[in-house]
Design a protein around this ligand. Structure first.
Ligand code: SF4
Length: 261
């Protein structure tokens, strides 16, 4: 099953949600390598990694099995040094190249001029505007040629992600999103990382189960949900950066042209 048949007919244009449902049922019975191989066979597949522990599991599988999946990361300019260092270490370990997508300097300058470098602490709107410039726009470039988007989303990461399917149709980006670790829990992830000696971010051992940009991530306390350290100053329990929620469902973001002064 591919998204584009021999005649070039686009199956996504026919009934993409049905395609996603069929895929989800197929993926459920496969192991991780099988799930990734199935995703890779659908068309141009792009895996976006934040270098978090579950993403490292996926990267290791892609590298070990030499799967034809492009690996990309969003280098926001505000990452922890440990995260940036892990990009190179991972490339070396698996003999792979991880594509870096950075924000446009003009967009960053316009954001800083309007909100200040750390203006995201002041309001949800300012925070979403920063994520838009540093993450969402680079993500759009990373996925511009993709038929399939592979992510490390898991149901156990937060209540907001509890219903994560193995496959879903992303209507805004017109691609199939595959979440091959949707049913993995943290215990399974840690056991796999240990058995395979997969390199992980040293911050995980210091209380950071979920790691994003440095100014927006803190260590969590015992008993807190995995993503409690992300944008901890906001009250919304469903807070996300917008990568995995439709932009139409997120808070409106002013155009970059309007951000400037
Ligand atoms: S996580 Fe924080 S620093 Fe990173 S893009 Fe979002 S608001 Fe900006």
């Amino acid at each position: 099953m591919t998204l584009h048949d021999a005649a070039g007919q686009d199956r996504l244009a026919q009934a993409p949600p049905v395609v996603a449902d069929t895929l989800a049922a197929q993926l459920e019975s496969l192991d991780l390598a099988g799930r990734l191989a199935l995703a890779a066979g659908l068309g141009h597949a792009v895996f976006t990694t934040s270098l978090g522990i579950e993403d490292q599991v996926i990267t290791a599988a892609i590298g070990t099995h030499r799967l034809p999946i492009e690996i990309s990361t969003l280098e926001t300019g505000r990452l922890f040094k440990e995260t940036v260092d892990l990009i190179g270490e991972t490339e070396e370990r698996y003999g792979i190249a991880i594509r870096r997508f950075t924000p446009e300097q003009g967009d960053v300058d316009a954001y800083v001029a309007k909100y200040g470098m750390n203006g995201f602490y002041e309001s949800v709107e300012a925070r979403h505007a920063c994520c838009h410039v540093r993450k969402l726009k680079p993500l759009a470039r990373a996925l511009s040629a993709a038929d399939v988007w592979i992510t490390g989303l898991r149901r156990g990461q937060s209540g907001n992600r509890a219903a994560t399917p193995f496959a879903e149709y992303d209507a805004e980006r017109n691609l199939i999103k595959i979440n091959p670790l949707a049913d993995w829990d943290m215990e399974t992830i840690r056991a796999h990382v240990s058995a395979e000696a997969i390199p992980v971010n040293p911050l995980h051992a210091r209380g950071y189960p979920s790691i994003g940009c440095e100014p927006c991530t803190r260590a969590i306390k015992p008993g807190e949900p995995e993503r409690a350290g992300r944008w901890w100053w906001e009250n919304d329990e469903k807070r996300e950066c917008g990568l995995h929620v439709p932009e139409s469902a997120a808070q409106p973001i002013p155009p970059v042209s309007q951000i400037a002064r």
